[in-house]
Design a protein around this ligand. Structure first.
Ligand code: SR1
Ligand code: MG
Length: 425
């Protein structure tokens, strides 16, 4: 029997032995069964079930290279970052993250709640399921984790200690490369759908204004230690069911611009919207679903704004932050960064190496090309127009105007034909 005193990547059988030897979770007579269920780009996720009692846990192990490609050599210390981030997020936003039972710094694995009664949100949205509480849940999570870890609220020495604890150089480097750099030039590592290549060359790679703005945004990402971010808040990092939302996988957590997490949520709702536009055949069902996603996008921004302003008044401790209009200035800068982050995510998931199923699962080539052009057009607008995008309607209208450029009115649902993006702050 292995003693787990030296790190190695575990098989399903090793995980059963690990549970028996190292954990005190199951009964003595437990009949353990283990299956690797991970489908992310980086780690191994094992579900261990006691066949006698039905009790189960998840064991997540970080390997020395990313699952998606051996080219990404990433320290398994990301498992520590994830465990500690989950613990802190669980304190700041109770009920919105899985409980972590233990973290093992040798095997680089952690043991946490099994959320099998929930579903990965991306998968659920691709089945056109609705979650009316999502906007409320995610905005509570965002406000609590982003504002309550910032200098506006916590002691500045405590915050700097957190910045150190969550220094996450290798995973930040992945984001710096995959989100901020590679999508914006003809990089070998990009994975471009051939039918979209020319559009990308003209609209993205040949646009010097976009190159300048994405450079500014990359330097913000690397230097603006504002809040403890989740760092990879796409719909594959959310487990959901009708009355519950759990945010998982914060291994990219670090101190960065607060708007980054919000923008990622918005962009991934847009991917679901675009998928539904091209895959739902019945017009009435499609209109109903698109309307639901539009409303959710708008609600995320509006509820975030409302809850943020309220939480600010309740929680700020930094004296200078109570200066007149500072709160509004601070919130505006978060929303501007959210717009930029939405744009970056929309572009990088189309052009870069890490795609999203919402788009790759569109089988018809012509539809997929249109879907990609819509995402890229919206992405570019979110980046270039970020200084003017503030409200739920503003975010929604970037999407609608991009859709309108490529799909005729009667073929998709457009709830706000009269709206346009505001061009002044
Ligand atoms: C090498 S990792 C590729 C992507 O998967 C993760 O979920 C992050 O989104 C990262 O950019
Ligand atoms: Mg992940």
């Amino acid at each position: 029997m292995k003693d787990f005193t030296t790190y190695f990547t575990m098989t399903e059988q090793d995980v059963i032995e690990y549970v028996q030897k190292k954990l005190d979770i199951f009964e003595q007579n437990a009949e353990l069964e283990c299956r690797e269920i991970g489908d992310g780009n980086l780690n191994y996720v094992f579900r261990v079930v006691d066949q006698n009692s039905g009790q189960s846990v998840i064991i997540k192990q970080a390997g020395p290279v990313a699952r998606i490609s051996d080219a990404f050599k990433v320290s398994p210390d990301r498992n520590r970052i994830e465990s500690e981030a989950l613990k802190l997020q669980g304190e700041l936003a109770p009920g919105f993250v899985p409980k972590v039972y233990s973290y093992d710094p040798i095997m680089n694995c952690c043991v946490m709640d099994d959320l099998s009664d929930h579903e990965i949100m991306r998968t659920a949205l691709l089945k056109h399921k609705k979650f009316p509480l999502f906007a409320d849940h995610i905005t509570t999570f965002l406000v609590n984790t982003l504002l309550l870890t910032s200098d506006a609220v916590i002691d500045h020495k405590e915050k700097k200690a957190l910045v150190q604890k969550f220094t996450n150089s290798e995973l930040c480097e992945i984001t710096e490369d995959l989100v901020y750099t590679e999508p914006f030039y003809d990089c070998e590592q990009n994975d471009v759908f051939p039918e979209t290549r020319e559009f990308i060359r003209e609209e993205i790679w040949n646009d010097s204004k976009l190159a300048l703005e994405t450079a500014k945004l990359k330097f913000d990402f690397m230097t603006k230690a504002q809040s403890l971010l989740h760092g990879d808040l796409h719909t594959g990092s959310i487990f959901i069911k009708e009355d519950s939302t759990k945010i998982i996988d914060p291994e990219f957590a670090f101190y960065g611009p607060a708007g980054f997490d919000i923008g990622n949520v918005i962009a991934n709702l847009i991917f679901a919207y675009v998928n539904a536009s091209f895959t739902i055949e019945d017009q009435e069902t499609k209109e109903d679903y698109l309307q639901y996603i539009q409303q959710t996008i708008s609600d995320v921004i509006e509820l975030f704004t409302k809850k943020f302003l309220h939480a600010w008044d309740e929680n700020i401790k930094e004296r200078t932050a109570s200066a007149p209009s500072f709160k509004e200035w601070y919130l505006n800068s978060i929303l501007e960064d959210a717009s930029a982050a939405a744009g970056l995510e929309l572009c990088r998931r189309i052009i870069g190496i890490a795609h999203v199923k919402d788009i790759t699962s569109i089988e018809n080539k012509e539809s997929r090309t249109l879907a990609e052009k819509i995402c890229l057009t919206a992405g570019k607008t979110f980046i270039l127009e970020r200084a003017n995008i503030r409200t739920g309607d503003d975010f929604m209208n970037v999407l609608l105007q991009s859709v309108r450029k490529f799909i005729e009115g009667e073929k998709f649902y457009d709830s706000s034909k009269s709206h346009s993006i505001r061009t002044t702050g």
